[in-house]
Design a protein around this ligand. Structure first.
Ligand SMILES: [Zn+2]
Length: 364
């Protein structure tokens, strides 16, 4: 079985020629789970009251997906008559529109203002293994590590609400609810870089090296799925971690279901998972008491980088194609739900042809 599994463990990755691939979002379900855990942990506390006031009654579960939802304004602009509104929360709607205008997506390589898309990730090289602070390639003052700290500072009153990024306290909270989940997705933090010949390269030494944009420039081919051809959607390596790794926590549902039916089926499982995680906070989720909240994001990035390395390190070149051969994931020590989500992602990669994913049961 073991060797049969191994033979079946081939996953093919092609370097995509599409340089303009948009950075995919960590799936809404993953964000809702993270927001939902926070809602439950904070319930009936003074902090929950403050959040309720700032978010005009919105839950963190709902707020957690807004940073992705507003990407829906990108194509035609926020002032398009058909652009959606958060009509039930007009004050927040206005602030989100101001935020979007101040941080519009751009194709300009040196724009005067950052794009709000940049705030969702950082591209720290995973080869050689390093920490966020160890180099400069892939990092920027507008990356997720800096933006989480920025939002924390707005909420603490250390950065004024009238700032150039138009991040008011409600917007800071909305963004934080989202970015805290993104930074726990390994491919939102780590990236692999390649030279002109497609060989892995260290961008701090080879400045012409191109990054894989957190796996967005790879197409993932699973060996037990039909080859990609017209009409069959390509699987993006980054999106696999955004969606499949989270979906694997839940029982499989027929792909023919409508979106609303699918949501209705998943909802009770999601609630159960949120409740479980909120009731039993894993010990390693808590930051040491001597660490200032301003520095949490950097520590979170450092914590996830080895996992990003692991996700990328199983790739090799075969017939000029990127091939990934993923190893069985070891049972994780000090397993936390976040890590179990990650582990499940790796487990699907490694067991795709061997065993059927076993529904909602945790890996540890
Ligand atoms: Zn995001």
């Amino acid at each position: 079985m073991k060797s049969a599994c191994r033979r079946a463990l081939f996953l093919t990755l092609f370097i995509s020629v599409q340089l303009a691939t948009a950075v995919q979002a960590y799936g809404p379900l993953g964000h809702e789970i993270v927001g939902g855990i926070a809602d439950e942990r904070l319930a009936n506390t003074p902090t929950a009251m403050k959040i309720r006031t700032l978010l005009d009654g919105l839950t963190l579960e709902k707020a957690a997906v807004i940073a992705d939802e507003i990407k829906g304004w990108d194509k035609k602009g926020v002032d398009d008559p058909k652009a959606f509104h958060y009509s039930a929360h007009q004050k927040i709607d206005k602030q989100l529109r101001d935020f979007w205008r101040a941080n519009q997506p751009t194709h300009d390589l040196n724009p005067a203002a950052p794009s709000h898309h940049w705030f969702h990730y950082t591209d720290v090289p995973v080869v050689p293994v390093q920490k966020y602070r160890d180099g400069t390639a892939g990092r920027s003052k507008w990356d997720i590590v800096h933006m989480i700290s920025y939002c924390v500072d707005v909420l603490r009153g250390r950065v004024p609400e009238q700032n150039e990024r138009k991040i008011t306290k409600p917007v800071a909270l909305i963004l934080l609810a989202h970015y805290v989940a993104d930074i726990h997705q390994p491919l939102h933090v780590g990236a692999e870089y390649f030279d002109a010949q497609g060989r892995p390269a260290d961008p701090d030494k080879e400045t012409s090296a191109l990054g894989d944009e957190g796996g967005n420039t790879f197409t993932l081919e699973l060996s037990d799925e039909p080859p990609r051809r017209r009409g069959i959607r390509k699987k993006n390596f980054h999106a696999f971690w955004d969606y499949d790794a989270v979906n694997a926590l839940f029982p499989e549902v027929p792909s023919t279901l409508r979106k609303s039916e699918l949501q209705a089926q998943i909802e009770p499982f999601k609630k159960e998972l949120v409740h479980e995680m909120a009731m039993q906070e894993p010990k390693n989720w808590r930051m040491p008491s001597n660490i200032d909240i301003h520095n949490y994001a950097e520590l979170w990035a450092d914590e996830i980088l080895p996992v990003a390395h692991e996700a990328n390190s199983s790739m090799f070149v075969r017939n000029k194609k990127k091939v990934v051969w993923s190893r069985r994931v070891k049972r994780m020590k000090n397993c936390s739900p976040t890590k179990s989500v990650i582990a499940r992602g790796q487990r699907i990669l490694s067991e795709k042809n061997c065993t059927k994913p076993d529904g909602a049961s945790p890996i540890c």
